[in-house]
Design a protein around this ligand. Structure first.
Ligand code: CIR
Length: 252
């Protein structure tokens, strides 16, 4: 497993915000938290490549939004927020040599945070950062490779993967108030604890699952499912509306 991460911008405090009020972000603390996250990926067996921060792009640490990577190809996205378009070039350069790199140039918009891949099924949450044209472009790239791209409606949060993530091949962690389980036929579900609505974003690496330490009750539910649960402190990243999946691109 390889992981690509990106450093934290000096300008992170000017990040995009949709559902949260702006709060002061301690950038030095954010860097410490991010370093601990990277260390954990390393301890869990990922070979981590860290790209330099881009100080003109406050949200550059949230590298997940800039690309969708499957075994066969990497798709460089056209992020839903205009201010984030300049983040993609460094990521495209890093992916060259790892995968054939394809680009969304059809005018659609897509954030990787809206793309949930489970086997051959690729769920794309549209209506916020990603649109139907973006989902269609991704479909054009992926369906010839045998994937099925399924558009999913969700509400109440920034990205589809704020609401639902895969924690085992057959198991989704979900906030059903934001994304309906009905969209995901054939899966079992663990629901976030009702006092932890933002806990639906967990990062799976094999049998291991990483979740912010601010969601202990949901972490307990994952543990009850037999998963090996690791917690990380990401309070400063959460103030920028980020979570644990968004800080890495994973390449199997
Ligand atoms: C944004 O609004 O684009 C950033 N402040 C947060 C992006 C988080 N990305 C993700 O969860 N995939």
């Amino acid at each position: 497993m390889q992981a690509i991460t990106r450093g934290i911008s000096d300008s992170m405090a000017d990040c995009e915000l949709t559902h949260l009020e702006r709060e002061p972000i301690d950038v030095a603390r954010a860097r410490d938290q991010h370093a601990a996250y990277v260390r954990l990926l390393d301890e869990l067996g990922a070979e981590v490549t860290e790209l330099a921060a881009d100080h003109d792009h406050p949200d550059c640490v949230f590298i997940e939004d800039t690309a969708v990577v499957v075994d066969e190809i990497a798709v460089i996205t056209r992020p839903g927020a205009d201010a984030r378009h300049g983040e993609v070039e460094a990521v495209a350069a890093a992916l060259h040599g790892q995968r054939p790199v394809l680009r969304m140039i059809g005018g659609g918009r897509l954030d990787g945070g809206d793309v949930l891949i489970a086997g051959d099924e690729v769920y794309v949450g549209t209506g916020h950062r990603s649109d139907a044209a973006g989902a269609a472009e991704l479909r054009d790239f992926l369906e010839p490779l045998g994937y099925r791209v399924i558009e999913v409606a969700f509400s109440g949060c920034l990205h589809l993967k704020t609401a639902v993530t895969k924690v085992r091949e057959d198991l989704l962690l979900i906030n059903p108030a934001w994304a309906s389980p009905e969209h995901f036929a054939g899966f079992s579900f663990v629901e976030v604890h009702r006092e932890e609505p933002m806990a639906g974003n967990a990062l799976q690496l094999g049998d291991h699952v990483v979740i912010p330490e601010s969601f202990p009750r949901t972490a307990g539910r994952l543990h009850e499912q037999g998963l090996i649960v690791h917690t990380v402190e990401v309070s400063e990243l959460q103030k920028a509306e980020g979570g644990v999946t968004c800080c890495s691109l994973l390449l199997d």
